[in-house]
Design a binder for this molecule. Structure first.
Ligand code: NDP
Length: 241
């Protein structure tokens, strides 16, 4: 049987596309989300229609206690190893920095950075014992280049890139790869209020990316074939840079 894949923020957008793509590759899916049960049920139905097992696993990745409890349950459910983790859950709370509220800073940085820690760390020793792991972190072009109005989001995503590179070094000899994907503007609910026409003027391809395009890249990085790629940040942004 193929290894199980754990996808955070898998009820909508990029995470849902990643879960479906990994299911198409035959991986049983553990689908995390925060609260949108209806959206998660839709993804569950689409995965089950492929004949692939899916477990819904709702919790807030920024909440250390809730994450620890959920990860313990997963690791002891006897359904086999979890060899793939995709840290995709993320939110944006944009504001110009002088008026950025403490809550906007903390919600964004905690979801991305504490989320990475809370989910990935418990899965690591089992991966070391299996001598197999694929960790893919969804960062952002904003974390590579910076973006005005997103000091919180850029900081969180840049932090995630740093964590990716450091962890890749720690586990390289264990056949565990750790990579980051840095999407540009992808067509999901997250960007529904963004000034899309204005932003597209800066995108050489003059179009938004599709969640399925990000999912294809993630699925490759999660595959056995990608075993010599680690510590990398792969841009997927229509040529932004
Ligand atoms: P969406 O807003 O469409 O979906 C976000 C997903 O994350 C939902 O499934 C949501 O669950 C889940 N989520 C949010 N917060 C938490 C949390 N604390 N715990 C668990 N799950 C949570 O976002 P996108 O698909 O656009 O974004 C996915 C990732 O890609 C994010 O990390 C984002 O930063 C990144 N990204 C997106 C870009 C874009 O242009 N769209 C560009 C670059 C990076 P629920 O449904 O329950 O709310």
């Amino acid at each position: 049987m193929k290894t199980r894949a754990f996808v955070t923020g898998g009820s909508r957008g990029i995470g849902a596309a990643i879960a479906l793509r990994l299911a198409q590759a035959g991986h049983p899916i553990i689908l995390n989300f925060r609260s949108n049960q209806a959206a998660a049920e839709e993804v569950r139905a689409r995965i089950e229609a492929l004949g692939v097992e899916v477990t819904l696993c709702p919790f807030d990745v920024a909440d250390a206690d809730a994450s620890a409890a959920a990860m313990n349950t997963l690791l002891e459910d006897g359904k086999g190893p979890i060899g793939i983790v995709v840290n995709n859950a993320g939110i944006a709370r944009d504001n110009s920095f002088p008026v950025m509220k403490q809550d906007e800073w903390e919600t964004v940085t905690r979801t991305t950075l504490d989320g990475f820690y809370n989910v990935t760390r418990p899965l690591l020793m089992p991966m070391v014992r299996q001598r197999f792991g694929r960790i893919v972190n969804i960062a952002s072009y904003s974390g590579v280049a910076g973006n005005r109005g997103q000091v919180n989001y850029s900081a969180a995503k840049a932090g995630l890139i740093g964590a990716t590179k450091a962890l890749a070094l720690e586990v390289a000899r264990r056949n565990i790869t750790v990579n980051a994907v840095a999407p540009g503007l992808i067509e999901t609910e997250m960007i529904q209020d963004a000034p899309i026409d204005k932003i597209l003027e800066r995108v050489p391809m003059r179009r938004l990316g599709r969640p399925e395009e990000v999912a294809a890249l993630v699925a490759f990085l999660a595959s056995e074939e990608a075993g010599y790629i680690t510590g990398q940040v792969l841009g997927i942004n229509g040529g932004l840079g």
